[in-house]
Design a protein around this ligand. Structure first.
Ligand code: SF4
Ligand code: SF4
Length: 231
């Protein structure tokens, strides 16, 4: 989430201006690495944006977020439902803003929770998956402005594979076992990023496309491999 360096108010309804999102294949590699390492975080060129700090998110803090927990008033934290002791959530104020956002700046930026370090709204631009909550309209505006660069053929192929994967996950839910796909847009986008290789390889193959059920099995196998660090 955002590191605002000035206190200029954000013009949410300003004319959309393209924002460089980076080279696609590099971004994808770093994002996959961050998903594996869990603590690598994202390096998002947020600039003046702080939309995700104003989008009615509950921020999850784990027991590893000791520095953040020290700096957040206890009254703002409550136990995270269904998670082990030490996992807490921080809510938002009546404007949907994180209470640590002070004068448009994260007041604990150097010690912000891992959840904030990991957040990267480019996952939506990369996958074409849309944010579904009206409270996140400002993030959606930013997402619409991202422009990836494609310096090589691999960048275009990787992006085509991620888009095809996301489309399959959205449109072919029936090919998967019940409840095996996340309903949350962020988790669905991350899943597409984890398993895009299935569609990258399909794109390289000649001949008839496999049946949806076989693609779905390959997707689940790719996810398992990703999660054990084998892909
Ligand atoms: S919405 Fe995206 S660009 Fe804006 S602060 Fe959050 S991660 Fe950065
Ligand atoms: S702690 Fe709050 S203000 Fe700081 S980055 Fe996270 S969501 Fe934004």
């Amino acid at each position: 989430m955002s590191k605002r360096t000035t206190r200029t108010p954000i013009a949410i309804n300003a004319e959309p201006a393209p924002v460089a999102a980076g080279e696609f294949a590099s971004w994808l590699g770093l994002t996959r690495h961050a998903q594996r390492q869990k603590t690598a975080g994202s390096d998002v060129p947020c600039g003046e944006c702080n939309a995700c700090c104003r989008s009615s998110y509950f921020i999850h803090l784990t027991p590893a977020d000791t520095q953040a927990v020290k700096r957040i008033p206890k009254a703002l934290l409550f136990p995270a439902p269904g998670l082990p002791k030490g996992n807490v959530l921080m809510g938002y104020n009546d404007k949907g803003q994180c209470p640590m956002l002070v004068e448009n700046t994260c007041s604990i930026y150097a010690h912000r929770p891992q959840t904030c370090r990991d957040y990267d709204c480019r996952i939506y631009a990369a996958t074409g998956i849309e944010l579904s909550d009206a409270a996140q309209a400002s993030i959606a505006e930013r997402v619409a402005n991202w422009r990836f660069a494609y310096p090589g053929e691999v960048d275009r192929k990787e992006h085509a594979a991620v888009l095809s994967t996301a489309a399959f996950l959205r449109e072919r839910k029936a090919a998967f076992p019940p409840r095996s796909l996340p309903g949350n847009p962020a988790q669905l986008a991350i899943l597409a990023i984890k398993v895009h290789r299935v569609f990258f390889d399909l794109g390289e193959q000649a001949g008839a496309k496999p049946a949806d059920a076989d693609i779905a099995k390959a997707v689940m196998a790719a996810l398992e491999q990703f999660d054990v660090g084998a892909s």
